[in-house]
Structures are given as structure tokens and as C-alpha cells.
Design a protein around this ligand. Sequence first.
Ligand code: GNR
Ligand code: NI
Length: 171
Amino acid sequence: MALRDILVIPDKRLRIVSKPVEAVDAQVRALAEDMLETMYDAPGIGLAAIQIGKPLRLVTMDLSKKEDEKAPQVFINPEITWSSDEVNVHEEGCLSIPEYYEEVERPSKVRFSYLDLDGKLQEVEADGIFATCIQHEIDHLNGVLFIDHISKLKRDRVVKKYTKIAKQAAE
Ligand code: GNR
Ligand code: NI
């Protein structure tokens, strides 16, 4: 297991459309382990592989409460199969946009299919934070960030802030 660095905006790799996982093999399982370790360390409730620089359609998540036992989940090639017309607004954050939180409107319920770590096709329905989080992660697989769902004024402001920080770090 290894901790990986998390990419931060304006890193262009966050805009890559990730490729499907071809085979659920030992390499993929090792990558999922690294993602879980990195996600818990951050800490975050979800992580997409591109956030550690791997352009694969692989997501980790743990929505358990702090005081409860860990509940690591791995979703391979997740695909939304149904979205509710009903929407809700949830405050989102992203490990690739540290310390920035904003309300985002998304379908309140979704169904999605995915491959589990045994390569078996599964389908589940998600609501609440689960629905928000899987949509946020699938967006990452498509090179989309939650700031793409907020006003251009707010987005430009946060991108500018992180562009300035990246330039100062490169000096
Ligand atoms: O840790 C995270 N919290 C979070 C809160 C609300 C909606 C989505 C998220 S996902 C985020 C971790 C992350 O950046 N995943 O890509
Ligand atoms: Ni994110």
C-alpha cells in the first residue's frame, strides 16, 4: 500500500476523460488499495483514480460515520443508468480544490451499474450523500469538476486563486 499525491486545480490532468478498466486484476486491486489509503489520509469520502494521476474509471468511497466502522467501497466503470427528475442541493467539496465548498444542484436519486472487485456487474440505487458523491466521482471520470456546476463568477474566482498559488509554488 502507498499514499499517493492528490492533484489540485489547475492541473490539466483533472480534465482527462478516464478510460474504462479492461480487467479487474491484481494491478487494479492494488490501485484501489492505494486510493483508499490516500482517501482516508486526506481525509475524504470519495476519490476518483485521476485525482492521483491514473486516468482509469475507478472510484473509491466510504460514507460511514466517524464513530462507526470503516465501510470502504470500490466502484469500477460506474455508469448512471437512471436519474430522478427530483433534484436537491448539497454543499460539496473536492480534494482537488482544497478548502472550497459550494452548493451544487444534482438529481436527488440515481441508479448506477459498476463492476465490483471480483469483476461482477452490480447495480444499486443511491440517494442522499451517496447519490451526490457518486455523481461527483463519475464527473471526475469525465474530466468534470463540481465547480463546473456553479456560477462562472465563483468558478473563475477559485480557479484564479489556485492558479496564483501554483505559480508561486513554481517560483
Ligand atoms: O471528501 C469529499 N467530500 C465531498 C462532499 C460533498 C460532495 C462530494 C464530496 S467528494 C470529496 C472527495 C473528492 O474530492 N472526491 O472526488
Ligand atoms: Ni472531487
